[in-house]
Write a new protein. Structure first.
Length: 275
């Protein structure tokens, strides 16, 4: 790392159009604040490999679903790992960063996860439901997601797709962490409007649930979002553990919470670079 201010390459797709989210706005805000502490340049995901050697670290933020640039992302990972490039979040994440296999692993291990299988011989492990969700292991942003009935499942349990029951949940909650420190929570009161979020006052029990997955993932530094749904019995079930480029919905929190998040991310980046 240079003796002067750290140089960060901030990877984002400012033009990506996400339903209910403004990726570009969030990264314009974050980079405007991070520039106080770092020398910083933004680039598109397709340009990261060509540019990253000139920086002390690469920060991957709202870069859009990897499926949109899978070959470029694979090349970026390979180059970064071989060169020892510092990448934030670190490329050791075990959750969405590595695909959706973790949902199968956590489900089989008895974690509070929506029951998930991928093979015909495991379909009996799913609870009976009128409808089931089928989605690709390498999916993101609901790309490739289908809703089917039970009779379609044997043909779809192909080892490359995940199968889950449709859960009649009350609402979804997202818990946001920097390193292992909880920052804030937001929830969607209406299940059919995932990105119409409101502040949520997380209970101690809620946070124990969320921290269990952050601890499991084992990232010493980075930003993670734990997405959960409130099942009919009142318990939380994991929907997704986003550890690659989680959207933060910073426009929906108050100034104090937003400032605290920026401060936590700044400390985390300094600690990551020093390590």
């Amino acid at each position: 790392m240079s003796a002067e201010r750290p140089r960060l390459l901030y990877v984002t797709d400012l033009a990506y159009e996400a339903r209910g989210r403004r990726y570009g706005d969030e990264d314009v805000f974050l980079t405007s604040r991070l520039r106080t502490h770092f020398d910083l340049a933004l680039c598109h995901p397709l340009d990261a490999v060509a540019l990253m050697n000139a920086f002390d670290a690469v920060v991957v933020r709202n870069s859009g679903p990897v499926l949109g640039h899978q070959e470029a992302y694979d090349a970026f990972r390979e180059r970064a790992l071989s060169a020892g490039t510092r990448v934030y979040n670190p490329l050791t994440g075990r959750a969405d960063m590595a695909g959706k296999q973790y949902l199968l692993d956590l489900s089989a291990a008895g974690f509070p996860v929506i029951p998930t299988v991928d093979r015909p011989e495991d379909l009996h492990r799913l609870p009976e439901s009128d409808r089931y969700v089928v989605k690709p292991k390498l999916g993101a942003d609901s790309i490739g997601l289908r809703i089917v009935t039970a009779d379609a499942l044997p043909a779809l349990a192909d080892g490359v797709s995940l199968i889950q029951p449709c859960v009649d949940f009350a609402h979804e909650i997202s818990f946001y962490f920097v390193d292992d420190d909880f920052q804030y929570a937001l929830y969607a009161p209406r299940p059919d409007r995932r990105w119409q979020l409101e502040p949520y006052d997380a209970t101690a029990r809620d946070l124990r649930f969320a921290r269990r997955f952050v601890d499991w993932n084992g990232l010493a530094h980075g930003i993670q979002r734990v997405d959960a749904c409130r099942a009919p019995d009142g318990e939380l079930l994991l929907v997704e553990l986003e550890d690659l480029n989680p959207y933060l919905s910073l426009d929906l929190v108050d100034d104090r919470t937003r400032d605290a998040f920026v401060a936590a991310m700044t400390r985390s980046l300094h600690g990551f670079l020093a390590g």
